[in-house]
Design a protein around this ligand. Structure first.
Ligand code: PLP
Ligand code: LYS
Length: 455
């Protein structure tokens, strides 16, 4: 019999940001994910553990594919899932089954996509500093595109293609000057950063000319990625205009109207209750309108379009389960009390708060509590005072050692950026669907940590 469910906290129920659709609180007070109670997950897989709600992830992949395909028809649309957000064999297969391709940024990501059985043609290869080995591996796999990021790389990819006797399909990554994103470190299209070739400085056109001059290269199109955790659709439409104008200039100068533009990823999600994520249908409609309007103004055909969302597909589908340990009341700098709630992980599995000041929320997951809320901070077990998982959250005053604590929206850039700091083994990833849970990345053990140390 299905357990009775109640809302997780006022105003935030199953499927509402920042929780995935399969998260609900049972009448017993315990959280479940896709029908599996968190105590089962913790008991079977240990904590900390990343939990992925497969149906929710797949639904988000479909939502992007459907919205962009519908709005841009009859142009072709390809949605590349940005594997940097989180890539495993299972996730690569799920998103590919939903009609997405896979964007990889390193040899490691490429290896996982290939191990998942994704055909080379459905894989894209990025990177601002690709090694010769990575370029060669991408060509050997017959990737659908290599996104070139610098002038020297144009020659390196062409030379590698010549050595293999193949023609390499490439896109040129350009920077539009649009400064967007949730943090300086994750903005990628302003001038003073390492990615892409500047349109304003003329480097983008130089790279296009260099590509066209090499018969071993096939110029598929232009690529723009402005940054990550961007919450305004307008940043994308401004960038799209600038890429389409460049496309028209290239057609004038070189007589080649490239067939495709990639408008990047970076769509922002909700991390806290009340935050409003970018809506795929709204974004697709805005971008499609801009692409049509600008192409009409310029008198060019509407190109095929690709996009590269990572976070928007996987972040909301994931949460992290921790076990509470030490609980300590502290006098905060503002003179008021704050409860420091330590959990059995920390900045090694959740680096975003320390790196970007990212805000998350948390709830006690193993039970309900009628105790009054107290101002709390969830911290980890590492030897740094910046080891903070949740800066500010109201937790019930009776939070205690042994409670399970869940942090929502950790599916992206959590496990993929995890470290073994303090030689803490990295947590595993568990996928839950239809009342069944299975590990898709096994948790590391101390033996794994020791195995790397050659003495
Ligand atoms: C080139 C490129 N594509 C796609 C992404 C995916 O970004 P997000 O996970 O924010 O959607 C990134 C990361 O910002 C990126 O650098
Ligand atoms: N790691 C970043 C996003 C990087 C985007 C990749 N270009 C984050 O956690 O927000």
């Amino acid at each position: 019999m299905e357990a009775e469910r109640t809302e997780i906290q006022p105003g935030v129920g199953a499927g509402e940001p920042p929780w995935s659709a399969g998260v609900a609180r049972r009448a017993t007070g315990e959280l479940e994910v896709a029908g599996v109670p968190v105590s089962d997950l913790a008991g079977r897989f240990g904590t900390p553990v990343y939990v992925l709600d497969e149906a929710d992830l797949r639904a988000r992949a479909r939502a992007y594919r459907d919205a962009f395909t519908r709005e841009l028809a009859p142009s072709s649309v390809h949605v590349y899932y940005a594997g940097k957000a989180f890539l495993s064999i299972a996730v690569a297969r799920w998103v590919h089954a939903e009609g997405l391709r896979i964007d990889t940024a390193t040899g490691g990501e490429l290896a996982v996509a290939l191990r998942a059985g994704i055909p080379g043609a459905d894989i894209g290869m990025h990177g601002n500093n690709k090694s010769d080995a990575e370029i060669d591996r991408a060509l050997a796999a017959g990737v659908g595109r290599i996104v070139v990021d610098s002038l020297p790389e144009v020659a390196r990819v062409a030379d590698a293609a010549a050595r293999r006797g193949v023609r390499a399909p490439v896109m040129v990554r350009v920077t539009t000057g649009v400064h967007a994103g949730g943090h300086e470190y994750i903005s990628t299209a302003h001038e003073d950063q390492k990615f892409g070739l500047s349109i304003a400085a003329g480097r983008a056109e130089e790279a296009v000319a260099a590509v066209l001059a090499r018969p071993e290269l096939e110029l598929l199109g232009l690529h723009s990625h402005i940054g990550s955790q961007v919450l305004e659709a307008e940043a994308f439409t401004v960038a799209a205009r600038s890429v389409l104008e460049l496309r028209a200039r290239i057609a004038e100068t070189h007589g080649v109207l490239v067939g495709e533009v990639d408008l990047g990823g970076g769509y922002g999600v909700a991390y806290l209750p009340g935050e409003v994520p970018l809506d795929p249908a709204m974004l697709a409609a805005e971008l499609a309108r801009t692409v049509r309007e600008v192409c009409a103004e310029l008198g060019t055909d509407v190109p095929d379009v690709s996009i590269e969302p990572g976070r928007a597909i996987v972040a909301p589908a994931g949460c992290t389960l921790y076990t509470v340990g030490t609980v300590k009341p502290v006098r905060a700098t503002d003179g008021a009390d704050r409860l420091y709630v330590s959990v059995d992980g920390g900045m090694s599995d959740s680096i975003r708060p320390a790196l970007y000041g990212a805000a998350y929320t948390a709830t006690i997951a193993s039970r309900a509590s009628a105790a009054p809320p107290v101002r709390s901070r969830v911290v980890g077990k590492h030897c740094e005072s910046g080891d903070i998982v949740v800066h500010d959250v109201d937790l019930p005053a009776d939070v205690a050692a042994g409670d399970l604590l869940a942090v929502p929206a950790t599916g992206a850039y959590g496990r993929s950026m995890a470290s073994q700091y303090n030689l803490v083994p990295r947590p595993g990833v568990v996928a839950v669907a239809g009342g069944e849970a299975r590990a898709v990345i096994r948790r590391e053990t101390e033996e794994d940590v020791l195995a790397l140390d050659l003495g």
